[in-house]
Design a binder for this molecule. Structure first.
Ligand SMILES: Cc1ncc(COP(=O)(O)O)c(C=O)c1O
Length: 401
């Protein structure tokens, strides 16, 4: 394993020596070559589409700059982020590809978007007018993607007349260039038929928009689960992979075997590991960790692993296990504390002190997916990943190896 530790892009900025010290306890290893292969898999499934990796929220906590630079070199077509601040961080770090600010952001930040030639994702007439006004003042044109609400109901117009009015208005603005219509499915990991109804809504919205802008207007619908499941067989100009970049998915058992088998082509890119820092041999039946909920028997051995909610691991009520080599170390979720988690060390498991223990990731048939871990921790993989505050180590990059 490489010793290269990259500094976190956001959050506390530390010297690299200090990062190494941090990584000696707990680290998320990110295999950039696996991320590139997952992009290639998305491309194979949608050979006519351009690829816009979505690296919002610091690439789901994994490291937006490192991933963006690697994928820029790998030949993706654009990046999607959530807000202008994230986009500017990427620009400052040297990312030159188009960046779509998926949430459009707030009016006060628009000047910065125009200065850096960002593309604004816009869901409301109010924000569209603000962009038009700001672009006019700067004597610039702003490129926008218009959002259609096909059922997520987080933003945008779902009513076709309202959406049509939105599109019509955009076409009457002097300083706005509409490049693309995009939408986001809400349950494509779980409900095929329900998703089909959203796809039908989306198709109606696209035909409304194309009546105004013509056939050359670009379109985008699928994020990870749509890319893999291809619900409704939408052939759009752009696909927007997020979670699948990391080799992960959330398909439920409701989805067909074929779709879930397709997801097996993803290559796991993440490994979360921490060190066993204490072993406690129990002398009599008693309890462990705070309060008296966790019972332990005389003769058992407990292990203390240096990851807790200070590193983003939350006790949510489920129980799981960490892995040492091929051995499961049962974890009492209620024994997750601020800076530690306590596991039971099975008899016969001779784990040396300071060994690395796998929280998720690992190799081959003993691999534990982020998805399975987050299910047992009763948290979504998105929430778990973005919560992690641990050192990150990047390997197999195109730029730094
Ligand atoms: C508009 C949009 N597109 C794409 C994505 C990527 O989603 P996923 O991680 O499920 O691929 C997101 C994620 O939040 C999003 O908001």
């Amino acid at each position: 394993m490489s010793n290269k530790v990259n500094r976190p892009v956001s959050g506390a900025s530390m010297g690299s020596d200090i990062d190494v010290l941090k990584a000696n306890r707990t680290k998320l290893t990110v295999d950039l070559s696996a991320i590139r292969r997952n992009v290639d898999f998305a491309r194979e499934l949608h050979p006519h589409s351009k690829v816009m990796p979505v690296i919002k929220c610091n690439a789901y906590g994994v490291g937006a700059e490192q991933i963006a630079h690697d994928l820029q070199k790998h030949g993706v077509d654009a990046f999607g982020v959530e807000n202008i601040y994230e986009a500017l961080c990427l620009r400052k770090s040297g990312v030159t590809l188009p960046i779509v600010v998926l949430d459009g952001c707030v009016p006060e930040n628009i000047d910065a978007a125009l200065d850096e030639d960002l593309i604004a994702g816009i869901a409301s007439i109010e924000l569209l007018k603000e962009y038009d006004k700001a672009a006019s003042k700067k004597k610039k044109k702003v490129k926008v993607w218009l959002y259609y609400n096909c059922g997520l109901n987080r933003s945008g117009y779902s009513d076709l007349d309202e959406f049509s009015n939105f599109v019509q208005l955009s076409s009457e603005m002097d300083n706005v260039i509409v490049e693309c219509i995009y939408s986001q499915l809400s349950d494509s990991h779980n409900d095929f038929d329900f998703t089909l109804t959203q796809v039908e809504n989306y198709k109606s919205a696209i035909s409304v928009a194309k009546k105004v802008y013509g056939e050359q207007l670009e379109t985008s619908l699928y994020a990870s689960h749509g890319i893999i499941s291809k619900v409704g067989n939408v052939d759009s100009n752009w696909i927007r992979p997020g979670l699948m970049l990391f080799g992960e998915n959330c398909f439920s058992a409701n989805m067909s075997d074929e779709i879930r088998a397709s997801a097996l082509n993803l290559i796991p890119a993440l490994n979360l590991e921490s060190r066993l820092v204490h072993k406690v041999k129990i002398k009599e039946d008693t309890t462990f960790s705070y309060t008296q909920h966790n019972k332990v028997r005389k003769g058992e051995t407990l292990g203390t692993v240096s990851i807790g909610y200070g590193s983003g691991l939350f006790p949510n009520g489920g129980d799981d296990y960490f892995m040492y080599d091929q051995t499961q170390l049962p974890l009492k979720n209620s024994a997750i504390g601020m800076d530690f988690s306590q596991v039971q060390i099975p008899s016969g498991c001779d784990i040396p002190l300071y060994s690395w223990v796998t929280i998720f990731g690992g190799k081959n048939e003993h691999r534990k997916s982020l998805r399975d871990f987050s299910i047992s921790m009763k948290i979504s993989p998105y929430a778990l990943l973005t919560s992690l505050k641990v050192a990150r180590e990047y390997k197999n990059g195109l730029l730094n190896e």
